[in-house]
Design a protein around this ligand. Structure first.
Ligand code: ARG
Ligand code: ZN
Length: 465
């Protein structure tokens, strides 16, 4: 375990020539420069892969909810960031039946969640290349370190598809880490009467021989975990907002009565977010409300969050806020997850405060009143310690508390400038906690070192600010 964890990070950090020396003794690596099996994420060492960047995924899928069989073809357009005689994709389960690199058959083998690809000819640094993977099987979810399921989760009428943090690899071969963001095209074929909902804009829908193909395009860069291809029997509603955002809502009829009034607020919530955080980052929006009682969470799938049941308004606000914080500004490392969850939770507090509910101060005070032994204080949000804690209460609640302390320290004017500057500076990109801290100090002109040390990194319940 230690060996597996450490080596990718080490290799990623040292120059190629040194890598070659270090690995010369390993016959499997002696042939030439190879891409690492992970990007060096401390919590998910095999997530993503080194040596290339994926510009675009073209995913062609066909799913039969009756047999739960998936046929897939993924065409990845990528760029080598180093010379490569071999590289990995992440793929969990499923059977690969054909694989080419630049239209030439390439060697491939499976090694756990790694799909190891050996192109006929080595790739040069900077070279663009195209990988085509044909695969099939019965996809299922992965179990996360906290025991929850993510990925392709079959339902009674289709599948709930949500990949945070690891599950993208359960349904397509991916460079499965938020540091690699790409555009996507989807063509998903399902039995007539079912609907397949992915990210972005619906390009078209065509029915032939009892099957319907839905074509979706996610033009703005997206991390693999935010991709969805949720399938079900859905009521669909489409409209365009005053700001020109194309909305597509898909709702399981069993959830329709409860979901209707909440989804109707989406345009107002996005306008509210745009005023507070800066322009909504995408041309498309909407909601997927499934009936998946075994899932237990919603996910901010890009442009179109997926809910396992009818959401309440606070949850809709939370997933909407993630479009700025998490989706447009993505993590660089999973340990920084508070940048997603603390921000989305604080957005819920702000929304309540500005719509006749409790003030953010009241929300803070109610949490602060919890005893020192409460789970809220079990670990600091800036350093959750392991992948098992990334969705723990401290990440959400104490993460939001940290933002509230920042707000009361720098004042509303500077605080909201920080939020907007953060969304603008890292739009369609990535950020780190350290970058956020520096930005907050720059915008506010204050030394915030001890504030962040206390609220993000100190063990136990901090003293009242
Ligand atoms: N990011 C989701 C949210 O809006 C939670 C995802 C939980 N995923 C999981 N595998 N448990 O808070
Ligand atoms: Zn969240």
């Amino acid at each position: 375990m230690t060996h597996l964890r450490r080596r990718p990070a080490l290799l990623a950090a040292v120059p190629l020539a040194v890598t070659a020396l270090l690995t010369a003794a390993d016959p499997a690596l002696a042939a030439g420069p190879v891409g690492t099996p992970g990007v060096g994420d401390p919590y998910f060492p095999l997530a993503g892969n080194g040596g290339y960047h994926v510009d675009h995924y073209g995913l062609t899928l066909r799913y039969d909810p009756g047999t739960r069989h998936l046929d897939g073809k993924a065409v990845l357009t990528a760029r080598a960031t180093q010379a490569l005689t071999r590289f990995d994709l992440d793929l969990n389960g499923l059977k690969v039946t054909a694989l080419t690199v630049d239209h030439v058959k390439a060697g491939h083998r499976r090694d756990g969640q790694e799909l190891v690809v050996t192109p006929r000819r080595a790739l040069r640094k900077g070279e663009r290349f195209r990988v085509s993977v044909t695969y099939s099987g019965t996809p299922g979810p992965v179990t996360d370190p906290d025991g929850s399921l993510d990925g392709w989760i079959p339902t009674d009428d289709g599948a709930f598809v949500a990949g945070e943090p690891q599950g993208a690899m359960t349904w397509f071969p991916a460079n499965n880490h938020p540091t690699d963001k790409s555009s996507y095209d989807f063509a998903i074929t399902v039995p007539e009467g079912r609907t397949a909902v992915a990210n972005g804009v619906l390009l078209g829908r065509r029915t032939a021989h009892g099957r319907t193909t839905y074509r979706w395009r996610q033009a703005e860069p997206m991390a693999a975990y935010l991709a969805t291809a949720t399938v079900g029997t859905f009521q669909v509603r489409q409209y365009t907002t005053r700001d020109g955002i194309k909305v597509y809502d898909a709702v399981d009829p069993r959830e329709a009565a409860a979901a209707g009034p909440v989804l109707a607020k989406l345009p107002a919530v996005l306008e509210w977010g745009s005023r507070l955080f800066g322009p909504y980052p995408y041309r498309a929006a909407g909601s997927i409300v499934d009936h998946a009682p075994n899932v237990g969470y919603a996910l901010e799938t890009q442009t179109r969050p997926v809910y396992d049941r009818a959401p309440d308004l606070s949850t809709l606000v939370h997933e909407s806020a993630h479009q700025w914080f998490g989706d447009s500004v993505s993590l660089t490392s999973w340990k920084d997850i508070w940048l997603n969850e603390g921000f989305a939770t604080y957005a819920e507090w702000l929304y309540a405060e500005q719509h006749g509910g409790d003030s953010a101060q009241a929300a803070f005070d109610a949490l602060y009143a919890r005893p020192a032994a409460d789970g809220l204080w079990a670990f600091p949000p800036g350093d959750p310690g392991s992948g098992a804690n990334i969705f723990g209460t401290p990440v959400y609640a104490r993460g939001a508390m940290a933002l509230h302390v920042l707000r009361t320290t720098v004042g509303d004017r500077a605080f909201f400038r920080v939020l907007r500057a953060w969304a603008a500076a890292h739009r369609d990109g990535n950020g780190t906690t350290a970058q956020f801290e520096r930005l907050a100090e720059k915008v506010s002109g204050k030394d915030l070192g001890s504030l962040f040390a206390t609220w993000l990194y100190a063990q136990g319940k901090p003293n009242r600010p």
